[in-house]
Design a protein around this ligand. Structure first.
Ligand SMILES: C[S@@+](CC[C@H](N)C(=O)[O-])C[C@H]1O[C@@H](n2cnc3c(N)ncnc32)[C@H](O)[C@@H]1O
Length: 284
């Protein structure tokens, strides 16, 4: 089955850890998602797809913007993350929100059922990205918009590269992921993103750069922060999965030392670089 590893990760420990740290993740990613959502510009009454909606923060934000005359559909491969998203929507008393547990790259949405599609870091995990975006394209009305935010390269995101650099002196690093392979940095090359979206049928593809300071895990002690960081990072999780306890302890200690200069009451405070991508289904 396609995307098996991603399904296992997001519906297994990776998803559970994200649920556990939902408040911290939303604190860290909130400003980046809001910026991308402003680019999409949801309008009252629109029906919008939230791709890889996870625990639902952006789905709820979109529901607020489209109002009761509109609706938002959160789609995600992860059962535990969607369960929390559903609870949050119920808790907020929102009637214009629905969630579906689907793999975007396999799912045939109803044709032309959404005015727009959005994602906060939920589109980089497809094995077949052109298939996934073709499904999104089909689901959009003529003239429909797409907007998402994705990470630029690890080198521009020290919250990732600092860990990789620290680990490289302690363990044999896995070979770099093939270009475009599923993972947080799959969309680091703008030409690759443009190619995928064009192949899926989208027009008027535009990327804009954004650099912003991130606050990760505010209010947590540093060793606890490093454990949380390791649990949620797919590459790190894979590397430490079968490691003897002593070696794992060495790694945690080294990461604590490396990240200490960036730790304060605000959490780990590090720079980030993202792209906001917008595209359109031509109305011709
Ligand atoms: C980095 S998380 C972002 C979650 C959420 N958008 C947020 O910002 O909190 C990536 C999300 O994409 C989802 N995802 C990964 N591959 C997917 C696929 N093929 N179809 C649907 N969702 C997928 C994961 O389950 C996860 O919820």
């Amino acid at each position: 089955m396609a995307n098996e590893k991603q399904r296992e990760f997001w519906s297994g420990k990776g998803g559970d850890n994200w649920v556990e740290h939902q408040a911290s993740m939303d604190h860290m990613l909130g400003p980046l998602g809001e910026r991308a959502l402003n680019k999409l510009g949801p309008i009252a009454g629109e029906n919008i797809l939230d791709i890889g909606c996870g625990t639902g923060a952006t789905t709820l934000a979109i529901a607020d913007r489209v109002g009761t005359a509109g609706s938002v559909s959160g789609a995600d491969i992860s059962k535990p993350m969607l369960t929390l998203a559903q609870q949050r929507a119920k808790g907020a008393g929102l009637a214009n929100v629905a969630f579906q547990n689907v793999d975007i790259q396999d799912h045939a949405f109803e044709t032309e059922c959404f005015d727009a599609a959005f994602s906060r870091f939920g589109v980089m995990f497809f094995e077949k990205p052109v298939d996934a975006f073709t499904n999104v394209f089909t689901s959009l009305v003529s003239g429909g918009r797409l907007a998402f935010v994705c990470w630029q390269s690890p080198a521009k995101n020290p919250w990732q590269s600092l860990a990789a650099h620290t680990l490289s002196s302690l363990v044999e690093m896995p070979p770099p992921a093939p270009e475009g392979g599923p993972g947080p940095f799959a969309f680091q090359e703008s030409d690759y993103v443009c190619d995928i979206l064009s192949s899926a049928g989208f027009a008027a593809v535009e990327l804009s750069n954004h650099e912003q300071t991130l606050e990760m895990y505010p209010g947590m002690a540093l060793p606890e922060t490093i454990e949380a960081y390791m649990s949620i990072n797919p590459a790190l999780r894979a590397m430490i999965a079968d490691m003897p306890e002593g070696k794992r302890t060495n790694i945690v200690d080294a990461l604590v030392d490396a990240f200490r200069p960036y730790h304060s009451d605000r959490g780990l405070v590090l720079e980030s670089a993202t792209s906001v991508v917008i595209a359109r289904k031509s109305a011709d």
